[in-house]
Design a protein around this ligand. Sequence first.
Ligand code: NIG
Ligand code: FE
Length: 420
Amino acid sequence: MGMNRVLIENAAQIATPIGTCAKRGKQMNGLRLIETGSIYIEDGVIQQIGPSASVQQYLHESENQSEIYVIDASGQTLIPGLIDSHTHLMFAGERLDEFCQRLSGATYMAIMAAGGGIQNTVRATRLADPGLLLNESKRRLSEMLRFGVTTAEIKSGYGLDERTELEELTLIQQLNQDLDMDVVATFLGAHAIPLEFSGDGDGYINWIINTMLPKIAATHLAEYVDVFCDQGVFTLKQAERLLSAAIDYGFKIKIHADEIANLGGATLAAKLNATSADHLLRITSAEIRDLANRSRTIATLLPCTAFCLQEEFAPARQMIDSGCAVSLASDYNPGSAYTCSVPLMIALASVTMKMTPAEILTALTINAAAAIDRADSIGSLEVGKLADIVFLNVPDYRYMVYHTGMNDVVRVMKRGKVVD
Ligand code: NIG
Ligand code: FE
């Protein structure tokens, strides 16, 4: 069997973060920029990256005579494959009416308290055929791929019963096998209190801890456990109980914190060393310091959700200036953010949240990789990392913010293979 060799040459620019995770202010801007650059790949792994002349030199000196597949990237910019570290994209049914109700002044939590919201999607998902769930999820992932996303996290959480939650997690594993994208599974049984446990959040958390965690741990169906810690959903105490139990079972943890109200979820994340704390719209200055100084927890911001819920945006500037490692994700779901648009996310992160182009690229790549504990294999273009590469039809990565709302992705490579 011959080795699979690929050379991408003469890119106008290669833009990539360096290192394993950018934390503490200035390092958020630690990009490596290569003008007229090339990348040489063997069997899906980057072997050489640098100015085109030096990569050429490396290949001349190599003894390897087998054929090389050459891709001309003139006029284009190469960036690492993007990572969407927070999605709820496996669901049935949509919630168009709720979006319109919110436009007329209803709040997300009022709709949820009246029996709509997540419960609406749970009803539809429990009834859905698994084949449909799988195909719709594939379609959504292929939408993401067109924006340059090569790795995605997917949460369960629209079953809230044993059969449907296990089914969702099993289907997520199936996606990982069927598609070129890499998919990471998170168990979000604690997404809402199901009707079967109405008014008994403690009882539901007990059931998750005693029945679900051991099953999911034994079958390795999920890598992460997450919880929606917010007003009217799960309390800080319930979140701590669940996440501590999850850690004991060997799971890594994430938390939905401060999306609607501040319950102290960010501090809990820092205390338990969660891999990520997500949303953080209502985070306080003291909690920002906790995340920055007392943890390795990534602060994952979801601007499309703040936008669609008409909420105030997370204080990205203050977080980065305080030394937090910030990542960005879509939150793709039928309720609070029915979009996986990377250009929209970037527009909000730049113009509204005042993140710099370098910070945004870092947040979508190396820090997003750290948010799913993959920063040693993806999230930057470096020798030894996977050749997950996005080709942009622009000469400078800063067009990602400048070319507002546009999708300039012309080619996507996953593990050295062109997939879109
Ligand atoms: O992150 N907050 C909880 N989960 C999602 C919303 C899910 C839904 O509304 O269906 C979120 O916003
Ligand atoms: Fe979410």
